[in-house]
Design a protein around this ligand. Structure first.
Ligand SMILES: Cc1cc2nc3c(=O)[nH]c(=O)nc-3n(C[C@H](O)[C@H](O)[C@H](O)COP(=O)(O)OP(=O)(O)OC[C@H]3O[C@@H](n4cnc5c(N)ncnc54)[C@H](O)[C@@H]3O)c2cc1C
Length: 564
């Protein structure tokens, strides 16, 4: 099958204004705000975000932030749990750095004014989620952890004097060359949007450092826990600028989003793992436990294990039901106090979780891959940095351990911001000319794209299904044209096409099952696939190649056994 060809530049009106600054950041979730805050004392920082400040995933996070704070727990335990979830593709150094800095990140947020839930003795209350061997998840307002992080960072960034520009869409990178001829980021082309997504003007923000913190790409699926803004823009922008992405096939499907009927589309309410952490369990429509005998951690097994078990059980159609199972949370005392948002969402759907079973199904939730970057945000292109869910730092490998991502966004954003406040990359002396031809696909193609991804590239993938998805995306790509009216929706549709095509091609090439990539034609991981897949764009063609071989992560457990 030939690769899908996608636009190399987003079509938009000519730039009519220019701003110069030290650092420009795209995205206002945990990662972008942390980077802005850390860079600001020394630098002029412009933070542009395509919607309002809280439109990304950060605001929606429920469970909380993972960090070792209980003396009975240890950093080594957290490292081991993260490596086990990552299924052989984590970068152990990055994992160790994250785990070591996570407790400081929590204390830092508290110094900024975040209020986390406390337990009996005025200590932080810690809960447990899938794949964690100890209670180490800090939470706020029961299940409003992300909203508290977003509120704290929003206020801090404004107080620090960061220039915040809302409804500003990052389109494409501006690239230049330094005096000694090296390629470097020079700024970003930005479209100012009106309330309905129309373009008011286009401008250029020139900066010594360009930071992408635009989150993941859950919205390429019809069924997702992600809000509408999460469309993979920053990763598509990086690919068009010649920067490699990696591990894009590893998409974590949350096992339990509220099932609202076969026709439900778009963002769907999450029923956090923390509900299972407090004792809820999964049963099928015939009343049989789903996770019994599947994994030693049963309902608290890693997400890929739970999502796969649910998908397999649904395919058996117990009691004739093939599109959802149930979560029994009836034994949780005062569920409306511990999980107020979840209880409210269930009640909106006509379910009382204190007395009734909650219908749930897996949905796209978190992307482990992204632009290849270090935990400090550095990429292969000088002056161009990527942090948060848009980055693949090696922390998550083939599967993310629950609640490691907010912590990662704060740690990586802060490390990058601090580095930029010490040192700015060399300024370019010349701009790259000869821009690629620009095009867009119309936003109404989004529905077909999302359906194809949910139907053929979900929890369980088959070679035939991936081929079908590829052909549908190919057809959509042939509609790309410079005449499509430029709007936020068309920019997003074009980025989603690029990302979806890259995911399908990566999933097709990786002919094994590992972490959250499951192929029905391969039972498990294969030794020869203990490597990353890299994705780049060549004249608009998606090119997937075997990247660097991952160093097999091995760590001693306290009882002396060596764990993968
Ligand atoms: C329902 C839900 C529950 C979750 N629960 C947890 C949890 O309990 N613990 C945990 O650790 N993680 C959780 N996650 C994952 C976690 O929330 C995300 O991984 C994390 O918040 C990502 O942060 P970020 O800063 O990278 O991106 P985001 O918070 O997604 O922010 C991305 C930002 O980029 C902006 N943007 C996007 N494209 C452009 C563009 N072209 N131009 C300008 N701006 C742009 C967006 O508007 C947004 O402001 C959850 C996610 C969801 C959806």
């Amino acid at each position: 099958m030939s690769p899908t060809t996608v636009p190399m530049r987003l079509a938009a009106p000519e730039a009519s204004w220019t701003i110069e600054t030290d650092v420009v950041i795209l995205g206002s979730g945990a990662a972008g705000l942390s980077a802005a805050l850390a860079a600001r004392p020394m630098r002029e920082v412009v933070l542009v975000t395509k919607d309002t400040l809280a439109a990304g995933s950060t605001h929606w996070a429920q469970g909380g932030l993972a960090a070792v704070l209980d003396p009975a727990d240890s950093l080594e335990n957290h490292v081991r749990d993260t490596l086990a979830a990552g299924a052989g593709l984590c970068d152990e150094d990055a994992v160790r750095a994250l785990v070591t800095e996570a407790p400081t990140a929590i204390r830092y947020l508290m110094r900024l004014g975040a209020s986390f839930d406390e337990g009996a003795h005025d200590e932080l209350a810690l809960t447990r989620e899938g794949g964690h061997s100890h209670r180490r998840i800090v939470h706020a307002g029961g299940d409003q952890s992300g909203a508290e992080v977003q509120r704290t960072l929003d206020e801090s960034v404004r107080l620090a004097g960061v220039t915040v520009v809302e409804r500003a869409f990052g389109l494409d990178l501006i690239v230049g060359t330094t005096a000694d001829g090296r390629r470097t980021a020079a700024g970003v082309r930005v479209a100012m949007l009106d309330a309905s997504g129309g373009v008011e003007s286009v401008g250029e923000i020139l900066a010594r450092a360009v930071v992408v913190a635009t989150g993941g790409y859950g919205q390429v699926y019809a069924s997702t826990s992600n809000p509408p803004a999460v469309t993979g823009d920053g990763i598509a922008l990086a690919l068009r600028a010649g920067v490699e992405a990696t591990d894009l096939e590893f998409i974590q499907f949350h096992p339990t989003v509220l099932w609202c009927g076969p026709e439900a589309r778009g963002q769907q309410a999450l029923i956090s793992e923390a509900v299972r952490g407090e004792g809820a369990f999964l049963i099928d429509a015939a009343g049989r436990r789903v996770m019994e005998g599947v994994h030693p951690q049963a309902d608290l097994a890693p997400r890929d294990v739970v999502a796969t078990a649910i998908s397999k059980r649904m395919s058996e159609a117990p009691a004739g039901v093939d599109d959802h199972v149930y979560l029994d949370a009836r034994a949780i005392e005062r569920i409306e106090e511990r999980f107020p948002t979840i209880t409210a969402k269930c009640r909106e759907a006509g379910i009382d979780p204190a007395r009734e079973l909650i219908p749930v199904a897996p949905a796209a939730h978190y992307v482990c891959g992204g632009v290849a970057a270090t935990l400090d945000g550095t990429t292969s292109l000088p002056g161009f940095f990527v942090v948060g869910e848009a980055a693949a730092t090696g922390v998550h490998g083939a599967n993310r351990l629950a609640s490691n991502s907010l912590t990662e966004g704060i740690v990586a954003g802060t490390r990058l911001g601090r580095a930029l406040s010490w040192n700015l990359p060399e300024a370019p002396t010349r701009r790259e000319t000869d821009p690629a031809p620009a095009a867009l696909i119309d936003s109404y193609h989004r529905a077909a794209l999302r359906s194809a991804m949910s139907r053929w590239v979900g929890v369980l993938r088959t070679p035939v299904g991936l081929g079908n998805a590829g052909r549908i995306l190919d057809t959509l790509a042939r509609n790309a044209s410079a005449r499509v009216v430029p709007t936020r929706q068309a920019f997003e549709a074009t980025n989603m096409l690029t990302i979806a095509a890259a995911v399908v091609e990566s999933a097709r090439v990786r002919s094994e099952s590992r972490g959250c990539h499951r192929r029905t034609d391969a039972d498990g991981p294969l030794e020869e696939w203990t490597c990353h897949l890299t994705v780049r764009l060549e004249s608009g063609d998606i090119v997937v190649a075997r990247g660097e071989r991952a160093v097999e992560s091995r760590v001693e457990s306290p009882d002396g056994a060596v764990l993968p």
